[in-house]
Design a protein around this ligand. Structure first.
Ligand code: MRU
Length: 343
């Protein structure tokens, strides 16, 4: 996708350096972060300089490739690196998918590890492009679409999952309007989705997280499309905290609830959503918010009552029965049909 007329991916590799758009600074500052070794790349994932299922996956794949490049054929170094990378964020299936593939390729040669990491990134972008084309068919002219969190191109290598069909529909001159849930505590909707939509000139508005059901009750939402961090074999879907509430409200009001995700997000080893590990993040993400001060410097302010603790689960699981269909690069499937694409 383009930023000020220049094509960018969310993450890419230059030599043995992993380059990423610094997402913690967006939408206030656009900056590229350069991670020089696998340990720095791990830090980038855990501090959410990069985030979103596909982008985390590609970054983890590159981190694994960096580990091979650094290892000098020291197996223990590679094993430790694999553990470190897998410990950065527990929910995103794409991370484990990418690490496994690059690790296996690295058993052949370091060069193969680097090639495989690049292949994973390219496949992610291709899959998201296809999701956009297929998902576009579900969007009618004049549709109002609600989305939660950021499953746009910043959450992948390019194009995005939930937002990819929106971009295709918009470019096809369909009239689409997006309600972007702000997505507390980190505000991926208010910051990242809104920034992406503005860059693409897609009409949109940011709504408070608790406004979705109200808008649905007024008939203002035609469909919901969200992304996913991990999909279980039975079609249960883990996504950013707050997704479950939206899915329940959508079911109540008879609004189609779509999940858009590449097949690399499906974890057939998880029989149901109960098996999906849910990341707990630091309470400070709830207690503090950051934004630019009068001098345009990012500043953190306390927004909770001093002394109170916060609880911060990063994801929830939406049961398959609330999901209308899952838009993948291989087609659009009802949750119960997922088993058919296992290979
Ligand atoms: O914690 P994050 O920002 O990495 O969360 C991941 C997400 O961006 C969302 O859950 C998203 O909706 C699905 S991942 C494309």
């Amino acid at each position: 996708m383009k930023v000020e007329g220049k094509d960018y991916r969310t993450v890419w590799m230059e030599g043995d350096t992993v380059c990423l758009i610094e997402q913690n600074l967006l939408p206030f500052e656009f900056k590229i972060f350069r991670a020089e070794n696998y340990k720095q790349t791990c830090m980038v994932i855990s501090t959410m300089i990069v985030r979103g299922a596909g982008a985390i996956g590609a970054t983890a794949g590159y981190a694994m490739a960096q580990a091979f490049l650094e290892s000098g054929n020291d197996t223990a170094y590679v094993e430790k690196a694999r553990q470190d990378i897998e410990n950065t964020r527990p929910t995103a299936q794409n991370l484990f998918y990418a690490v496994e593939r690059v690790y296996r390729a690295g058993q052949i040669s370091t060069e193969q590890a680097v090639i495989e990491a690049q292949k994973i990134a390219d496949e992610d972008a291709e899959a998201c492009k296809k999701i956009g084309e297929l998902g576009n068919d579900l969007i009618e002219d004049g549709f109002n679409i609600e989305t939660h969190c950021n499953a746009g191109w910043l959450a992948f290598v390019d194009y995005g999952s939930a937002l990819s069909p929106v971009y295709v529909a918009h470019r096809a001159n369909k009239k689409v309007f997006v309600y972007a849930d702000e997505t507390r505590p980190r505000g991926q909707g208010a910051r990242l989705t809104a920034w992406e939509l503005k860059n693409e000139d897609v009409p949109h508005v940011i709504i408070p997280d608790n406004a979705g059901a109200h808008l649905m009750s007024l008939g203002k939402i035609d469909m919901m499309i969200v992304g996913s961090d991990r999909i279980a074999a039975n079609g249960d879907v883990a996504n950013k905290i707050g997704t479950l509430e939206k899915a329940i409200a959508a079911k109540y009001y008879g609004i189609p609830f779509y999940v858009a995700a590449p097949t690399s997000t499906i974890d057939f080893n998880c029989a149901s959503g109960k098996d999906i590990p849910i990341e707990q993040r630091h309470e400070d993400e709830v207690l503090y918010q950051s934004g630019p001060n009068a001098e345009s410097k990012l500043e953190r302010v306390l927004i909770g009552s001093p002394g109170s603790e916060a609880f911060n689960p990063a994801f929830d699981v939406t049961p398959a029965e609330l999901v209308t269909a899952i838009i993948t690069e291989r087609g659009i499937f009802k949750p119960a049909e997922l088993a058919a694409i296992r290979n």
